[in-house]
Design a protein around this ligand. Structure first.
Ligand SMILES: CC(C)(COP(=O)(O)OP(=O)(O)OC[C@H]1O[C@@H](n2cnc3c(N)ncnc32)[C@H](O)[C@@H]1OP(=O)(O)O)[C@@H](O)C(=O)NCCC(=O)NCCS
Length: 178
């Protein structure tokens, strides 16, 4: 296969972007069963999501195009704020490369291009989220120097209530706590 072309997404890419967005969702759900699963209604919403991404003045979708069509994409958007430092942050809100073309540098080239977009918008730091247990994402982001800083956690409310009903431990006298 000839080297995939990296370019900015256009309106004509809509259908293929929605399909890859769905594949990325499937991949995340398969990586960790505790991830929220998208509903049929949610899938329909991917069209709106992609349309908003395509129209985003503060964001950019980068695609990788091969003879067979689009084989990957990433989407990032910039935010500038005064209440935290760094002020200029580039949020990477998804990346996907078709499974049969992974480990050939396409993901890295997509991020290189997104990085150029971030640079022209005075971004100081790149930020993203990935699912724990997503081995591809863990390896990929680690290779680019990303380090985890936050962890989200979930439990069904019923399980939480069961635990809360257990007899609480006797609180220790103040002195023994230190
Ligand atoms: C994550 C993903 C985009 C990487 O794309 P890619 O084109 O395969 O990435 P590259 O070929 O540029 O890989 C660059 C480096 O990342 C690391 N890496 C990539 N995939 C890896 C894996 N499965 N396990 C461990 N390290 C990995 C390696 O260091 C790799 O360099 P190497 O191949 O020379 O060892 C791709 O695996 C993918 O689409 N995964 C499914 C969707 C997904 O998880 N998206 C992330 C959501 S946050």
């Amino acid at each position: 296969m000839a080297k995939a072309k990296i370019r900015t997404a256009e309106t004509k890419d809509r259908e293929e972007l929605v399909e890859m967005r769905l594949q990325m969702q499937h991949h995340m759900e398969a990586s960790n069963p505790r991830v929220w699963h998208v509903t049929i209604e949610g899938r329909q919403g991917f069209y709106t999501e992609v349309d908003e991404m395509l129209a985003d003045q503060d964001g950019e979708i980068i695609v990788a195009e091969a003879d067979e069509g689009l084989v990957g994409y990433t989407y990032g958007r910039v935010a500038h704020r005064a209440n935290y430092t760094p002020g200029g942050v580039g949020f990477i809100n998804g990346i996907y490369v078709q499974e049969h073309l992974r480990r050939r540098g396409i993901g890295t080239r997509l991020i290189q291009e997104l990085c150029r977009f971030f640079k022209t918008h005075s971004v100081e730091e790149a930020n993203l989220r990935y699912v724990l247990g997503n081995r591809e994402a863990e390896g990929f982001w680690r290779s680019l120097g990303f380090k985890p800083v936050l962890q989200t956690a979930n439990t069904p409310l019923e399980a939480l209530e069961r635990r809360l009903k257990r007899r609480p431990k006797q609180s220790k006298p103040y002195k023994q706590m230190f």
